[in-house]
Write a protein that binds this ligand. Structure first.
Ligand code: ADP
Ligand code: NI
Length: 221
């Protein structure tokens, strides 16, 4: 990254901190920072790391939740605000388009009904975001989200939904069902070799957790 690009990334981090710093729905600034860190790890490990635009990776990682439908009533306006920010910072049009393409199409819910082919930079940020939904942090976030939305922890009577539309994804379920409905599926959707390796470890950790949980629930240990 050039010095000027580094400066834009720093200012963007401050903007995102202002907007998401107080979020309590699981999209807080700490989540953003973990995604930025993980995206850098994945990008650096890529075989053709020299072909990756680290500015686009950093910017998309910082901005990826700024126009999310859960945090904004009006997604189009939120996207427009991101575009204005990039304009104001004199980000070249091509890079603006690259960043916006990623943040508009990388979410799990956006890929439920059709698969969108992201750029390599996009695949890296998507992997970093998905890795943050699995493993120990992912388990913590799922319970946090469930509490925030008033979902039950578990109810054996409520069965997981195996095929979901975007609308169904936003309707209520249980936290434990969320593992079957989404979290355990993410590992197969990771794009890069580094993320797949990290994902495999986190997958095993979640499976062990679920086994323990069900055992305890049934009074087996
Ligand atoms: P995306 O940004 O890909 O649309 P979300 O924003 O819906 O994904 O998910 C954000 C976090 O909240 C993730 O860690 C996810 O696992 C968790 N989460 C989303 N929906 C639920 C749910 N119904 N129950 C528990 N956790 C959830
Ligand atoms: Ni995210």
């Amino acid at each position: 990254m050039s010095l000027q690009e580094e400066q834009i990334v720093t200012e963007t981090a401050e903007l995102v901190h202002e907007k998401l710093g107080s979020d309590r729905s699981g999209h807080d600034y700490q989540h953003i920072q973990r995604v930025v860190t993980m995206a850098k790890v994945i990008a650096t490990n890529e075989a053709d790391a020299n072909k990756i635009d680290f500015f686009v990776v950093n910017m998309a990682a910082y901005l990826h939740d700024m126009a999310d439908d859960k945090l904004n009533d009006d997604v189009k306006t939120a996207q427009e605000r991101v575009r204005e920010w990039l304009d104001q910072k004199h980000v070249p049009a091509g890079k603006q388009a690259d960043i916006l393409d990623i943040i508009q199409h990388m979410s799990f819910s956006d890929n439920l009904e059709h698969h969108y082919l992201l750029s390599l930079e996009g695949q890296i940020v998507q992997d970093a975001d998905r890795l943050d939904a699995i493993g120990a942090v992912g388990i913590g976030r799922a319970f946090y989200y469930g509490g925030h939305h008033g979902d039950p922890i578990y109810d054996p009577e409520i069965k997981p939904r195996m095929h979901m539309t975007k609308e169904m994804y936003r309707s209520q379920s249980t936290v434990i069902n969320h593992f079957q409905e989404k979290l355990l599926k993410l590992v197969d959707q990771l794009n890069t070799p580094t993320a797949k390796q990290i994902g495999a470890h986190r997958q095993k950790y979640m499976q062990d957790f679920l086994k323990e949980f069900k055992n305890e629930w049934e009074g087996n240990c």
